[in-house]
Design a binder for this molecule. Structure first.
Ligand code: SF4
Ligand code: MG
Length: 304
């Protein structure tokens, strides 16, 4: 059930609609604000790929909603010409799910970083995956907290020396990193992939697939923080595509690849399963007769 568009915007900003019938180009999705990221930040490439993907899908800006949490990459909605909701830390996913349930016709894309999604947002990540709402979540992973100037994040490698883990080598980050792809697969996400900001053509294709997937699509993007933890050369040297023989419908194979292929890109897992909105609609329909019967019984009790 779609609700009426409110007179006053619920979002933090409104998109500029192109003239009717106009063929949309990537530049039509550029927001009024220029990105404020450090020169060379991987998030620039993700932004450009997102704008290209939306243009290739010809999705009108007023049909697209971006929802973010807090962090460098969570500034993303401000740089897009689309609806945008800059939510609170770790809460992009529940807000995105709410937006999708209220306005099922919109394309809803949650965006953010590894700190936002894998630490304070990790609980929401798991429960969003198991519910399978038709939203895409693009997590820009730089394995560091960038906005707060370089502390170890949930995806930082074991032993990484940072401002919050200042001891050398083995006494440095003592926490085992979270594996976002494996967590997504085991939690029930129905489309799980990894892209790299250094491979923009492939990343654009992956974003398009994530948007078109009929369920929860999780796309981890290796997006290096050139200022506080520059993984660009390491990611470039280690990068490879998933083997062409990789069976994305095999959950065990997907888990194995997710656990062993740190720099590989491609679609690790895909599954067809009813999405959350559809399942809820069915529950609402099924509850209607019972609700009506209960109401009649209540009225009779009150009358009698
Ligand atoms: Fe990008 Fe890092 Fe700069 Fe943040 S601090 S904008 S993640 S390069
Ligand atoms: Mg980060």
């Amino acid at each position: 059930m779609a609700i009426q568009e409110p007179d006053q915007p619920l979002m933090t900003k409104l998109p500029v609609a192109p003239p009717p019938g106009q063929q949309l180009a990537a530049k039509d999705y550029k927001g009024a604000l220029p990105p404020v990221w450090c020169p060379g930040c991987g998030d620039f490439a993700v932004l450009a790929c997102m704008q290209k993907a939306l243009a290739e899908l010809q999705l009108p800006p007023h049909d697209v909603v971006f929802v973010s949490g807090i962090g460098c990459s969570s500034r993303f909605p401000h740089f897009m010409n689309a609806y945008g909701f800059h939510a609170v830390h770790g809460r992009s996913l529940p807000v995105a799910v709410g937006v999708k349930l209220a306005m099922p016709d919109k394309t809803v894309i949650a965006v953010g970083g590894d700190g936002d999604g894998m630490a304070i947002g990790a609980g929401h990540f798991v429960h969003t995956a198991r519910r399978n709402p038709k939203i895409a979540y693009v997590m820009m992973d730089n394995e560091i907290y960038g906005l707060t100037k370089g502390q170890a994040s949930p995806t930082s490698e074991l032993g990484l020396k940072t401002k919050s883990t200042p001891m050398a080598s083995k006494q440095a980050s003592a926490d085992q990193p979270v594996n976002p792809l494996a967590l997504a697969i085991i939690s029930g996400a129905t489309w799980v992939a990894r892209g790299f900001s250094g491979k923009p053509k492939e990343l654009t294709e992956l974003i398009k697939q994530a948007i078109q997937h009929d369920g929860y699509a999780f796309l981890q993007v290796i997006s290096p923080c050139v200022t506080f933890h520059d993984l660009y050369e390491t990611a470039k040297a280690g990068h490879k595509n998933l083997e062409p023989t990789h069976d994305r419908t095999d959950k065990f194979a997907a888990m194995r690849s997710a656990m062993t292929e740190h720099w590989a890109t491609g679609v690790f897992y895909e599954e067809a399963r009813e999405n959350f909105g559809s399942a809820l609609d069915k529950q609402k329909e099924a509850a209607k007769p019972r609700a009506a019967t209960g109401l009649v019984a209540l009225m009779n009790r009150i009358k009698g």
